[in-house]
Design a protein around this ligand. Structure first.
Ligand code: DGY
Length: 321
């Protein structure tokens, strides 16, 4: 009997292949570059399962060429690249990887917050370029205090909640903005609900954690940045398209917010020509919020387990639909 075909659209560690087990035929785009569209479409004509990445557009065009597909196991918690309704209409299971990446991504949010507030990259660059001219200059590389400041999280779900919990260790006043207040979150973190405008005006640190949806696309633009404090730090660990990037550039140049830490961009991969990269008060990382070795491996293994569960006719571990 032929084994079901599982297609992996990017090179993944051996543990992921092992977790798929011996009962499947595994094929993989064995490279770090995105799987070309024609290769993906051709490879999936016979596939029962596909393990996708954020660069794979799972839409009607794709689904029409994959008649045997039973599951899309997506490597990531955000799945804005997948037309879930179209998958559901074809009885194709969609899974993602929540939970396993929560703490690692929240760590990145806090790392960017601290790096931007304390000018870590600027300081490193200053020494590396031999621009540290005098020792003991009182306001050299003076930044913003974190301990005891106000932290506002926009989109306090799993990751946003974990960012808030980190703020407790720094004795921060905690605020959040969601579509609606959550008594559970408030009891758990001690955070207080604010309208978006209130949160922007009252927080020293604003951390963006919303998923990308039609409602959150372009959620923060010139008007919202102008509401931030002049000593405020903006951090984005959600998706680049949740803000209007050109407006953030203009806002940073105008001095409000004071600095930014960004893991996500409107266009990825971001290039050195992106105006954000020329601003000294911006710290950037290449969309690697969940990228610890353990977490990225765990995400792949979770995808594999979702595929194995589907093949065994068992419920998904982390269903989207
Ligand atoms: C996620 O899990 O959604 C990360 O942003 C990777 O795309």
């Amino acid at each position: 009997m032929t084994k079901p075909l599982v297609y992996l659209t990017r090179r993944l560690p051996g543990q992921v292949l092992s977790a798929l087990g011996p009962d499947v035929d595994i094929r993989m785009w064995d490279d770090d570059s995105p799987c070309p569209r024609d290769v993906l479409l051709q490879a999936c004509t016979q596939a029962t399962a596909v393990l996708t990445q954020a660069t794979d557009q799972i839409n009607e065009e794709f689904l029409a060429t994959a008649p045997h597909l039973r599951i899309i196991a997506h490597f990531g918690v955000g799945y804005n690249n997948i037309d879930v309704a179209a998958c559901t209409a074809r009885s194709i299971r969609v899974t993602n990887t929540p939970g396993v990446l929560t703490q690692t991504t929240a760590d990145m949010g806090f790392a960017l917050l601290m790096a931007a507030a304390r000018r870590i990259v600027e300081g490193h660059t200053c020494i590396a370029r031999d621009e540290w001219r005098y020792a003991a200059v009182p306001l050299h590389m003076a930044g913003q205090d974190i301990y005891g400041a106000t932290l506002g999280v926009i989109g306090a779900g799993r990751i946003g909640g974990a960012v808030l919990r980190r703020g407790r260790g720094f004795n921060m006043k905690l605020l959040y903005h969601n579509r609606a207040p959550s008594a559970t979150l408030e009891a758990d973190t001690g955070a207080a609900f604010r309208s978006l405008d209130e949160l922007l005006g009252q927080s020293n640190f604003v951390v963006m954690c919303v998923p990308l949806t039609p409602e959150t696309r372009g959620m923060l633009s010139a008007r919202e940045f102008a509401l931030m404090r002049p000593d405020g730090v903006f951090v984005n660990i959600s998706r680049g398209q949740t803000i209007i990037e050109a407006d953030l550039v203009a806002a940073l140049k105008a001095g409000r917010p004071w600095a930014a830490g960004l893991d996500v961009f409107e266009q990825e991969p971001a290039r050195s020509t992106n105006p954000l990269l020329s601003l000294p008060n911006v710290v950037c990382t290449p969309h690697c919020g969940s990228s610890s070795i353990a977490t990225r491996t765990g995400m792949g293994v979770l995808c594999a387990r979702n595929i194995v569960a589907m093949l065994a006719k068992q419920p998904a571990l982390t269903p989207v639909n």
